[in-house]
Design a protein around this ligand. Structure first.
Ligand code: TYM
Length: 332
């Protein structure tokens, strides 16, 4: 059976990187897979979040996912903390994963930076919780952006070690699905840095909550270089900003990078940026409008999340019972 699981943190606005790298693919996968999508609030608190902001952000992200095309009736959408099986299995995985494995995680190194001693234990153990998210449902496929690849490899290692240690085959090896032309969308201010919610410059990212004017302004201000756009991929070498904007263009218009280059060869950035703005507004505008409607109705969103959590738990509960029995925990 093919089951998809993926998650997104409610630590601020959803941005174009989340949309092109992940959410758009989540929507498409609904056709062929049973999908479980999760607003991972327990991951969010690995770095302090103001409670009211966490609440608002959880609802806003859920609204964004529905507005983008996630169907919470056919598939499952919920927030992580409403199903305690994630934390339960994460504890088991804390006892399976090795310190050496976690020490290799580049995202922890980036996030903890120079203040490693001051980072929360949760931030360090974060990949174990992520493995638990996936394996609590025995998910087989995990659509993510490029930046999550290493965490996915760790989840596979954890699944395998659990199976080996306990001489079982409870857990599948989850496959990462890194799809499309924009698997790593870069900052609009610096084409060598990932577009991220934590970048202090608001001009570095386009949010799903941005108006058409915001989008136009951000694209106008996006860093570029003085050369016109090249006609082939070779001409993008050493031009990270040009490469990023072309990849965004390709992803938004659903064409390959080569086709996007062919369509824009020789153009000045000023002209290209106008076209990119129109394209971005045409794709993101309808999502934004729908999202505005949904965020004004907390009751609806909370109801979707609660019902989703109940359905999620119905899947994870028997799997957890099996895991506990395998470990040797006494249960009725
Ligand atoms: P998060 O919240 O940082 O991002 C959500 C999804 O968006 C993708 N993404 C990007 N893709 C392309 N370009 C970018 N600039 C960009 N920024 C973010 C991410 O790869 C991700 O797919 N640890 C995860 C959440 C998580 C999860 C899971 C994912 C928790 N448990 C289980 C899969 C399975 C995270 O922080 O994603």
């Amino acid at each position: 059976m093919k089951r998809v699981f993926s998650g997104v943190q409610p630590t601020g606005n959803l941005h174009l990187g989340n949309y092109l790298g992940a959410i758009r693919n989540w929507v498409a996968l609904q056709e062929d897979y049973e999908c479980i999508y999760c607003v991972v609030d327990q991951h969010a608190i690995t770095v302090f979040q103001h409670p009211a902001e966490l609440t608002a952000s959880t609802r806003e992200v859920a609204a964004g996912l529905i507005a983008a095309g996630i169907d919470p009736e056919k598939h499952i959408l919920f927030n992580q903390s409403q199903n305690p099986d994630h934390a339960n299995l994460a504890w088991v995985f804390n006892c399976i994963a090795r310190l050496g494995w976690l020490n290799r995680m580049t995202q922890f190194k980036e996030k903890a930076g120079k203040h490693r001693e001051n980072a929360s234990v949760g931030l360090y153990a974060y990949p174990n919780l992520m493995a638990a998210d996936i394996l609590a449902y025995k998910a087989t496929h995990v659509p993510v952006g490029e930046d999550q690849k290493q965490h996915l490899e760790l989840a596979r290692d954890i699944a395998q070690k659990f199976n080996n240690d306990f001489k079982t085959n409870i857990f599948p090896q989850p496959e990462p699905l890194i799809l499309g032309t924009a698997t790593r969308v870069m900052s609009l201010r610096d084409g060598t840095n990932k577009m991220s919610k934590s970048d202090p410059s608001k001009y570095s990212r386009i949010n799903l909550t941005d108006t058409a004017d915001d989008i136009a302004q951000k694209i106008r201000k996006a860093k570029t270089d003085p050369e016109p756009l090249p006609s082939s991929a070779d001409g993008l070498a050493g031009r990270p900003e040009a490469q990023n904007l072309i990849e965004i263009f390709a992803a938004l218009s659903n064409v390959s990078r080569d086709d996007a280059l062919a369509a824009n060869a020789g153009k000045q950035f000023s002209k290209f940026k106008e076209e990119l703005t129109d394209l971005a507004v045409s794709v993101l505008g309808p999502i934004n409008t729908e999202m505005q409607k949904l965020v004004s109705d907390d009751t609806y969103i909370d109801d979707v999340l609660a019902k989703g959590a109940e359905r999620a738990r119905a899947i994870s509960e028997p799997i957890m019972a099996d895991v506990f029995k395998t470990i040797g925990f006494v249960a009725p």
